[in-house]
Design a protein around this ligand. Sequence first.
Ligand code: A2P
Ligand code: MG
Length: 241
Amino acid sequence: MLEIIDQGNSKGGAKGRIWTIDPIDGTKGFLRGGQYAVCLGLMVDGDVKVGVLGCPNLPVDDAAPLTADIGTNATDEGRGVIFSAVQGQGATSRPLGTAGLAEGKSIAMKPITEMSNASFCESVEAGHSDQGVAGQIAQKLGITKPSVRMDSQAKYGSIARGAGDIYLRLPTSKSYQEKIWDHAAGDLIVREAGGQVTDVSGNRLDFSVGRTLAENKGVIAAPAAVHDQVIKVVQEVLGQQ
Ligand SMILES: Nc1ncnc2c1ncn2[C@@H]1O[C@H](COP(=O)(O)O)[C@@H](O)[C@H]1OP(=O)(O)O
Ligand SMILES: [Mg+2]
């Protein structure tokens, strides 16, 4: 068993087929009984081709309102969802119930017509994303609703299915490099659902440079139509830091 685990020592990079797996993303959420995700990504030559997120504590219902305690009151039948995407083929969600896997259905991000009606989705852990800076960005965009805080890549799935709006991950340190297994699946699922995913500078996440996203800082995921507008304000606020 240990030998098999030790085979997960790929350096990543721009060549070949590389699987990324995060068996429990959002360990703190898992321990809290909140959100966590089992994450799988297939990269070919540094490009994400397949992404899968198993979210046992998210509701099956794509339209369930996104709250910090989402899923806690759901029954076993009403809880558990798998998001998946194949490059160029869209994104789907399917119930992950006690009866096994059910048929998938297509998911899409929710269009934002009025920024004032939108809300952010961000980490519970203040050490993973700067919540103060997120507050300033919200204010400049005219967003008044509080951010929904949840652990793990369940955030990507939640905005991809249109339950949430915009996912912000704002660096808290200059040195931290995001890991490819923490973002590969979510990046593809959101993009295939009609979103755009970049770093805080507006550059696409670059999965071809190794085990980390060494060329990127932070993550901004939003519906494609408003992504530029969000990046502009992110840049203004970060520029004032
Ligand atoms: N300083 C940091 N900034 C951003 N993400 C971090 C930081 N430290 C750890 N993480 C990662 O954040 C992920 C959880 O994110 P979220 O807050 O969205 O639930 C974990 O995979 C965790 O990696 P690790 O498990 O290696 O500590
Ligand atoms: Mg992780």
